[in-house]
Design a protein around this ligand. Structure first.
Ligand code: MBD
Ligand code: FE
Length: 295
């Protein structure tokens, strides 16, 4: 890591790509964010040759087709170095490639549709019993929102031991742990479902999110004229003993960035349409999850 930031400490500048990047890099380096199973341990040389060979051939064919110049090749080198220097590999990889890996994984999975994890999950958050209110500031901005539902197995059996690990931005688009404004643990928690697998989570509606614009991932995105925005989303890990953990996100009807997610992670099945509860400006969305039995 080239940054001198201590990754265990929240960054102090909210839009600082380097501090957010350093933290995400440290988590990825430790393997803590590998939630879909341990590394295969030992890489098959034939697989290396096949996959790395195909990836390199993709780049070589871009050079041939686009007649890439030395000037462009040198700019590419400098950009790659900047991605390392800012710790943005997790951000870049999760924004531009993870959705394709998720599609490969999803093709052999049963139960609820999921999507990518992204770079901002944190381990070790507070455990709460349902109904739960996520940790938040006294004056937490945004529309009060309830997410409620039930976790079942593919045969319909309620999963009593289920947990819903949830994390999302505040109403200004900042993630706790990666930006200065929200305190540690803000709008993050692991909610234990009741004996019928039911959960009810009280939080605030998140805001659309732009990837950091002061780092190489955002700068490349803008240089290409692409949108750096993600639609507002809740991140979820839905887990139960003996079942495959579902990694998902939930989006909101009417969001201006739906269908134009820089991370290509939004899916029609994942859209919520929260309705007023009549309690002030509070809204509520209901969503059930189905988990596949582990084989
Ligand atoms: C995010 O908030 C996110 O969820 C992903 C996948 C990539 C960048 C920022
Ligand atoms: Fe996110």
């Amino acid at each position: 890591m080239t940054s001198t930031q201590d990754p265990s400490v929240s960054p102090t500048s909210p839009s600082d790509a380097v501090t957010a990047g350093a933290h995400a890099t440290e988590i990825a380096r430790s393997g803590a964010s590998n939630l879909r199973g341990p590394a295969a341990g030992g890489v098959d040389p034939q697989r290396v040759a096949t996959v790395v060979g195909a990836a390199l051939e993709g780049l070589r064919s871009a050079i041939r087709e686009q007649q890439v110049t030395y000037e462009e090749f040198d700019a590419f080198k400098q950009w790659l170095i900047a991605v390392s220097d800012t710790g943005e590999w997790p951000l870049f990889l999760d924004v531009y490639l993870e959705f394709e890996v998720e599609k490969v994984a999803a093709a052999t999975q049963q139960g609820s549709v999921g999507t990518i994890l992204g770079p901002f999950w944190l381990d070790g958050q507070v455990h709460l019993d349902s109904p739960a209110t996520l940790p938040m500031r006294d004056d937490e901005p945004g529309t009060p929102m309830i997410l409620a539902g039930q976790v079942t197995a593919t045969d319909g059996t309620p999963l009593a031991g289920a947990t819903v690990d949830i994390w999302h931005t505040d109403a200004d688009g900042w993630y706790s742990g990666f930006a200065a404004a929200p305190p540690a643990g803000n709008l993050r928690g692991v909610v234990r479902c009741d004996d019928q697998g039911r959960f009810e989570i009280h939080t605030r509606k998140p805001a659309p999110y732009t990837i950091p614009l002061d780092g190489p991932t955002g700068q490349m995105t803008q240089a290409a004229g692409w949108s750096p925005w993600r639609p507002a989303h809740l991140h979820l890990l839905v887990a139960a003993p003996g079942h495959r953990t579902l990694t998902s996100q939930l989006f909101f009807t009417g969001d201006p960035y739906l269908g134009n997610d820089v991370a290509s992670a939004d899916k029609p099945e994942l859209t919520l349409d929260p309705q007023p509860t009549g309690n002030g400006d509070e809204v509520r969305a209901d969503r059930d999850f189905v988990l596949e039995r582990e084989t």
